[in-house]
Design a binder for this molecule. Structure first.
Ligand code: KIV
Ligand code: ZN
Length: 522
């Protein structure tokens, strides 16, 4: 029999909407999840892990809707090792043309202690739950969580049980980002050689980035025989994140000479989805991030620029166009129309519908009125900031701040709170402090400011500032972003954006909290 792991094709399993969305503060709205799923499907991702249906009504609804709208991708949902989770998961994914149930349990000694199961009891649970899942769905993925720290003999034993019970994909997670490339390759290779039935299933690799080796470990696992890579856009995920989709896909494309495996991903869609995920998750991409960072294709030093002009291959191993990044082009100004803006957005890799264009155009005009030239990076910032929604309970109307040497700053703020106009005048230690105090006066809250970050988008004193604000309240975390040529206004808007997101979460508390525990297996 030909081994399921012998083909050259590597399946890309994207878990941005499940593992990625699990990272504190990365919560996305229902509409945002649908949008990201559509982009993933369009770019040729093979399997989309759309969420954890039992975790909340919100997760369930998002997975169901993504399943209904899916075109080519397999739609997968996560379930713990119990019948209730698995049933709920299938209820959500069953609408897809190609549904998949992904069920898991922690198999290492440390993780077995959580539900307090003996090795035998856990083996029986695995048999029962995988059988249950397979009776519902032909496509079942099973994961021994913390596989890389699970005793070898036990790992082989439970994988064999899962295969016999009907699992079609065996995922081998490096849950805590502990493995290293040589070990990762060797583990998959030995499992395929050792476990009876291994050649009839696909082996998958799921790596976390705690030691910064997630992408290397995933590619090494492929060398060992894995044919499914689990990853997220921008490497989003808990702690240090996951294997980044863009990194594995571009590494396989660029170094096909030594890694002769292919994916079905259209790499020219990478920049667009990377920017959308950064915008909706509130997790900005670090400038020097491989492939999708602002500096990934920038050449600053004279020697590099000179080399680039002579032959770009001197300093570029990939073409920016390959990831959907167009070369720089002429700036727009206040006389530019909607068509020019659409053209520019397409040039930058953003696909916008008519409604989104309308919204961006308003913000573009507002910016162009205040800024002589609107550069590409300004447009990217416009696309990244959190848009205000009709449903927002808090809206900034006006803000005036008097500040300078010799005294505290004075902020006068007018805001809409649930449709009612409110005003506050507050003093602060600097303009941002005064503005934030005024917001808290108008809308008293106990949210703790965890992060306040300002970046200049372009050069010059009229450059836009992008501001990120992260708030925490009773374990709920929300991130807000805004961009404006006025840093204080951008800060106030980002704070209000984060508060609106926190309020949305608060209104769903009990349903939408992610505090579901892996321990609750029964
Ligand atoms: O990291 C992990 O082990 C997981 C499992 C749920 C597959 O995300
Ligand atoms: Zn994970």
């Amino acid at each position: 029999m030909t081994s399921a792991n012998a083909s050259d094709r590597v399946y890309i399993f994207d878990t941005t909407l499940r593992d990625g969305e699990q990272s504190p503060g990365a919560t996305m709205t229902h509409e945002e999840k649908l949008e990201i799923a559509e982009l993933l499907d369009d770019m040729g991702v093979d399997i989309i892990e759309a969420g954890f249906p039992i975790a909340s009504e919100g997760d369930f609804n998002a997975v169901s809707e993504i399943a209904k709208r899916s075109k080519n991708a397999v739609i997968c949902g996560l379930a713990r090792a119990n019948a209730k989770d698995i049933d709920r998961c299938f209820e959500a994914v069953k609408h897809a043309a190609q549904p998949r149930i992904h069920t898991f349990i922690g198999t290492s000694e440390l993780h077995r202690a959580i539900p307090n199961l003996t090795m035998d009891e856990m083996a029986e649970r695995i048999h029962d739950t995988v059988t249950h899942a397979r009776n519902l769905c032909d496509n079942v993925q099973w994961s021994p969580m913390d596989a890389t720290r699970t005793e070898w003999d036990y790992l082989c034993r439970v994988i064999e049980i899962a295969i016999k019970a009907g699992a079609t994909t065996i995922n081998v997670p490096d849950t805590v980002g502990y493995t290293a490339p040589m070990e990762s390759a060797d583990l998959i290779k030995r499992l395929i050689e050792t476990v009876p039935g291994a050649d009839e299933v696909i082996f998958a690799t799921h790596c976390h980035n705690d030691l910064g080796m997630a992408t290397a470990n995933a590619l090494a696992a492929v060398a060992g025989g894995a044919r499914q890579i689990e990853c997220t856009i921008n490497g989003l995920g808990e702690r240090a994140g996951n294997t980044a989709l863009e990194e594995v896909v571009m590494a396989l494309k660029t170094r096909h000479d030594i890694m002769p495996w292919t994916t079905g991903v259209d790499t020219t869609k990478i920049m667009n989805i990377s920017r959308r995920v950064a915008a909706v998750s509130g997790f900005a991409v670090q400038f020097n991030k491989a492939i999708v960072g602002k500096n990934a294709f920038a050449h600053e030093s004279g020697i590099h620029q000179d080399g680039m002009l002579k032959n770009r291959e001197n300093f570029e191993i990939m073409r920016p166009e390959d990831v959907g990044l167009a070369g720089t082009s002429l700036p727009l100004g206040k006389h530019s129309g909607r068509a020019a803006l659409r053209d520019k957005l397409e040039h930058l890799g953003f696909e916008v519908g008519d409604n989104q264009l309308k919204d961006v155009f308003v913000r573009f005009k507002d910016l162009a009125d205040r800024k002589k030239e609107v550069f590409d990076d300004d447009i990217v910032a416009l696309m990244r900031v959190g848009e205000t929604a009709e449903s927002d309970r808090l809206k900034l109307i006006t803000l005036r701040v008097v500040c300078g040497t010799g005294g505290p700053a004075d902020a006068t703020l007018v805001m809409m709170v649930d449709g009612e106009e409110k005003t506050a005048i507050e003093k602060g230690d600097g303009p941002v402090d005064a503005a934030f105090k005024a917001i808290r006066k108008v809308y008293p809250n106990t949210a703790h400011l965890e992060l306040y970050q300002v970046n200049a988008v372009t050069e010059g004193t009229d450059a836009q500032a992008t501001v990120s604000v992260r708030l925490e309240e009773d374990g709920n975390i929300a991130t807000g972003q805004s961009a404006d040529t006025d840093t204080v206004v951008a800060s106030a808007k980002a704070y209000i954006h984060a508060l609106n997101r926190l309020l949305t979460r608060r209104s769903k508390t009990g349903e939408d909290t992610k505090e579901i525990s892996y321990k609750d297996q029964s």
